[in-house]
Design a protein around this ligand. Structure first.
Ligand SMILES: [Zn+2]
Length: 106
């Protein structure tokens, strides 16, 4: 792997629990009422410094979604997932958005 170019977020943000890399801005939080297998999770309209894993269809409480797991670009830790596609009409707002969990506030 070559040199990493990390995005530094301006403003109040959330960071990777392991290496403190900025992942998402407080201003970009769409919902704080998400639940993951590990506890509380937030829905972000935009995240940075992550890379995506393999696309897969996943059955969730709110129906079937096509998602990719996302990982911290610096330390490789699993940080959450991104919605690529929502099968249910009322879940379409999630498409292109990401859920982050195990975060530390700035
Ligand atoms: Zn990290």
């Amino acid at each position: 792997m070559g040199r990493l170019f990390l995005v530094n977020l301006e403003g109040k943000s959330y960071s990777c629990k392991h290496c403190k890399t900025n992942l998402g801005l407080c201003d970009d939080v769409v919902s704080k009422s998400f639940q993951s297998r590990h506890g509380k999770a937030y829905l972000f309209s935009k995240v940075v410094n992550v890379y995506a894993g393999k696309k897969e269809d996943r059955m969730m409480m709110t129906g079937m979604h096509t998602v990719v797991d996302i990982y911290c670009v610096k330390c490789g830790s699993y940080v959450g997932w991104k919605y690529e596609f929502a099968f249910e009409k009322n879940q379409k707002y999630k498409e292109g958005k990401s859920v982050l969990e195990r975060l530390i506030p700035d």
